[in-house]
Write a protein that binds this ligand. Structure first.
Ligand code: NAD
Ligand code: MG
Length: 384
């Protein structure tokens, strides 16, 4: 029996690499549902190649284009955000790969959990915003949330076979991004084009900017807290420019286990699909002689204050991480569009968090309201 897979965000960086894994192991996996935001032509091409049961284009203005292009096939075509929440519950789906960007990923992922689908989670914003809700629903519906993010896959691989052995700390590695060596003054003048040259990973634009501010690493601290049930105070970020050690776990006896490999997202994607088995993967192999040196530095939170902001937000809890995420989505986009400076990203998020009404017992409605309000607050601080 092949595993039947739905991909939320099939046209993106994670989505296309998931399809590469499915194509490489077509005896084991099949794509049954593909979804995209606005990229109709890529979604159409993917539908022709993989012949899924259904596709969704979130942007309703593109519906007719996709429907007409697939009229001679058996592929059902839907559009809109509601359809995203519905297709993941289809009986023909076993695993949902959650690879949308941002808050948009939260509700389809919750719908998939409540339909008892296994989740392969790339969309970290889902756990940043609603980690508590996601984990309590996953426990209630007995659903596994398998990490796709490379650091979290590394931690997950380190924990294999460890049962309830106590974790002393998690060592979360970070490449440091393209501005690792820049001064604060230099950071005042960097542009989105500078930030989009990531030294070790090729990813979607939003996460690439988050890597340049290290908000991505802050989000990953929150993601690790919820995935592995470890307090944020026990999650330590180590800057490791070679991106070879993907993360590590230190246990109560002092032993440290790490997972190493070349930077290639297909490995964590494939592991989430094949867990607990491993499968062959084509491509380059890690050669430590060639790498030569593995180095580690403390992150500089004066130059990368977004990292501290994420720790602060998760320690406050409630709806604050949701506000953090919403303000970051708005500021990140404004920076990409040249409407906000690099250092302005932190300033906007700081101010939005300070303006947010704290709600300790956040539920989905509170997340929706907080997300909406924080976006408005952030937009008000940025030139149109
Ligand atoms: P991407 O921008 O390349 O792709 C995003 C996908 O989501 C696309 O298919 C797009 O069409 C779709 N999409 C975007 N907004 C949408 C919306 N509002 N409604 C419906 N569909 C929408 O992004 P990516 O780099 O693949 O990242 C996806 C997620 O995975 C993010 O949460 C990111 O943080 C996480 N992640 C990515 C990487 C990576 O290497 N790219 C690594 C770790 C984690
Ligand atoms: Mg990562």
């Amino acid at each position: 029996m092949k595993k039947k897979i739905a991909i939320l965000g099939s046209t993106g960086s994670i989505g296309t690499q998931t399809l590469d894994v499915i194509a490489e192991h077509s005896d084991l996996y099949e794509a049954r549902v593909l979804t995209a935001g606005s990229n109709a032509s890529k979604l159409i091409a993917q539908a022709r190649q993989f012949a899924p049961d259904a596709v969704v284009i979130a942007n309703e203005a593109k519906y007719a284009e996709v429907r007409d292009a697939l009229a001679d096939t058996d592929v059902k075509v839907y559009a809109g955000a509601k359809a995203l929440r519905e297709v993941v519950t289809m009986p023909s789906v076993d695993v949902v790969v959650s690879a949308l960007v941002g808050f948009a990923g939260l509700e389809p992922t919750l719908a998939a959990i409540m339909a008892c689908k296994t989740i392969a989670l790339a969309n970290k914003e889902t756990l940043v915003v609603g980690g508590q809700l996601v984990q309590s629903l996953a426990a209630q519906y007995k659903v596994a949330i398998l990490p796709v993010d490379s650091e979290h896959s590394a931690i997950f691989q380190c924990l294999a076979g460890e049962g309830n052995n106590e974790i002393d700390k998690i060592i979360l590695t970070a490449s440091g991004g393209p501005f690792r060596k820049f001064t604060r003054e230099q950071l005042d003048h960097v542009t989105a084009a500078d930030a989009l040259h990531h030294p070790t990973w090729v990813m979607g634009d939003k996460i690439t900017i988050d890597s340049a501010t290290m908000m991505n690493k802050g989000f990953e601290v929150i993601e690790a807290k919820w995935l592995f049930g470890v307090d944020a105070s026990k999650i330590e970020v180590h800057v490791h420019p070679q991106s070879i050690v993907h993360s590590a776990v230190q246990f109560s006896d002092g032993s440290v286990k790490a997972q190493l490999g070349i930077p290639d997202m297909r490995l964590p994607i494939q592991y989430a699909l094949s867990y607990p088995s491993r499968l062959p993967l084509s491509g380059k192999r890690l050669n430590l002689f060639e790498v030569g040196q593995l180095t580690f530095e403390k992150p500089d939170t004066d130059r990368f204050p977004c990292l501290s902001l994420a720790y602060e937000a998760t320690q406050r809890g409630g709806n604050i991480p949701c506000a953090l995420n919403a303000a970051n989505e708005v500021a990140n986009l404004a920076f990409r569009q040249g409407r906000l400076s690099y250092n302005g990203i932190y300033q906007v998020i700081r101010q939005v968090i300070d303006e947010t009404d704290f709600d300790a017992n956040a539920d989905l409605d509170v997340y929706r309201d907080t997300d909406r309000q924080a976006r408005l607050d952030a937009q008000a601080l940025i030139k149109p």
